[in-house]
Design a protein around this ligand. Structure first.
Ligand SMILES: *Cc1c(COP(=O)(O)O)cnc(C)c1O
Length: 387
């Protein structure tokens, strides 16, 4: 069967872009490795396929699945999240344009915008996105092309009102770009809330198994789609067939995984909140979180990412990070296995010393789908190492 718009998320996840193969009836569409496609006479393409950079059936399956799940009309899949962001920015900005982005944006996003694209004349202003007045003041009509937000943000877990931000961006003639990596399309659909573009590192929850690096851009406007599709084709940072296949396979189970990630995240956050060693727990599922009500209104659940700050400062955070056994100390997030990250030296090392620097007493936990009792027992034993 194929998917339709009014079906539920999990039905679309399993079926969108996944029609069985007509010749054999193979239920899982075959993985097409071919880099080129035979022509029936010059220019006689079968289903539009000509050359692998321009189009590949396995990549198209993934792109259709992504568009259906993000409630967009077009999706483009890339070799990494940053390749997706680079294609998006190069497709839709020109020298002299300006990007307003969250001051706790993913470090690699800030590095790309400031250190690579900055050299090509793209300006940027990092601001606290949760403070809408500040955002309004930072957006310049005729100059700001993108307002770029992550919500929940990484790793401070700030929640921003997507609909309000879309209003601010549109009033200034800018587009709202939402990096939806942390929430995933199961928990939040920014395009339905007024955003113009969604970007993903599909390396994280969408792939979901820490075995593939990839990225995606999703839009709901044909004109934007055409420009992004052109850069995907002309620059060529596409996902390879095997990567696209693995990402599709992961995406089929996103809903069931996110339900468990969210359950485990909530339980771990509540446990941390009771601990005397802890200064603050940053998790939008806690009623004490300043963005709790907003998160409830724009997210289905609160996800598996939990940040925690220690009273014992940097020393305590480092000790815990190096003392767990179920949580693996590693960069990245969103896989079925729990990961522990010390952002100021790991994922966010590139913004150390800038205004995007992350507190040194903070650890970021990506709660996997293991049994939550084992996650809590692991943290409990790791806490005994705090000096
Ligand atoms: C990992 C990540 C990226 C970058 O994606 P890659 O696949 O590593 O290139 C962008 N945004 C967020 C929020 C991320 O976590």
């Amino acid at each position: 069967m194929t998917a339709s718009e009014n079906q539920g998320f999990n039905t679309r996840a399993v079926h969108a872009g996944q029609a069985f193969e007509p010749r054999t009836g193979a239920v899982v569409p075959p993985l097409h490795f071919s880099s080129t496609f035979a022509q029936d006479g010059i220019g006689g393409l079968r289903s539009g396929y000509e050359y692998g950079r321009g189009g590949n059936p396995t990549r198209d399956s993934l792109q259709e699945q992504l568009a259906a799940l993000e409630l967009g009309t077009h999706a483009y899949s890339f070799s990494s999240g940053l390749a997706a962001e680079d294609a998006l920015i190069r497709a839709l900005t020109r020298p002299g344009d300006h990007i307003v982005l969250g001051n706790d944006a993913y470090g690699g996003t800030y590095r790309l915008i400031s250190r690579v694209l900055g050299e090509w004349g793209i300006g940027n202003t990092p601001v606290d996105m949760a403070n809408l007045d500040t955002v309004r003041q930072s957006v310049t009509a005729n100059k700001t092309r993108f307002v770029w937000v992550e919500t929940p943000s990484n790793p401070l877990m700030k929640i921003t009102d997507i609909a309000a931000l879309a209003g601010i961006a549109h009033d200034a003639g800018a587009l709202l770009v939402v990096d939806n990596t942390f929430a995933s399309p199961y928990l939040q659909n920014p395009l339905a809330l007024g955003a113009d573009v969604v970007v993903h590192s599909t390396t994280k929850y969408i792939g979901g198994h820490s075995d593939v690096v990839g990225g995606a851009v999703v839009v709901k406007d044909a004109e934007l789609a055409e420009k992004i599709g052109f850069v995907q084709f002309a620059v060529g940072a596409v996902s390879g067939p095997m990567d696209a296949f693995l990402t599709t396979r992961g995406l089929k189970t996103l809903g069931v995984r996110m339900d468990r990630h969210s359950e485990n995240g909530q339980a771990v956050a509540e446990w941390l909140l009771e601990r005397p060693e802890v200064e603050a727990v940053l998790y939008p599922g806690l009623p004490s979180h300043p963005g709790h009500e907003l998160a409830k209104s724009q997210m289905r659940k609160f996800g598996g990412m939990v940040s925690v700050q220690f009273k014992g400062g940097e020393a305590a955070a480092r000790k815990v990070a190096e003392s767990t056994s179920v949580f693996t100390l590693a960069e990245s997030l969103g896989g079925i296995e729990s990961l522990m990250n010390y952002p100021s030296e790991m994922t966010h090392a590139s913004v150390k010393g800038t205004e995007l620097a992350v507190p040194v007493n903070l650890l970021r936990l990506s709660c996997g789908i293991e049994d939550v009792e084992d996650l809590i027992a692991d943290l409990d034993q790791a806490f005994t190492s705090i000096p």
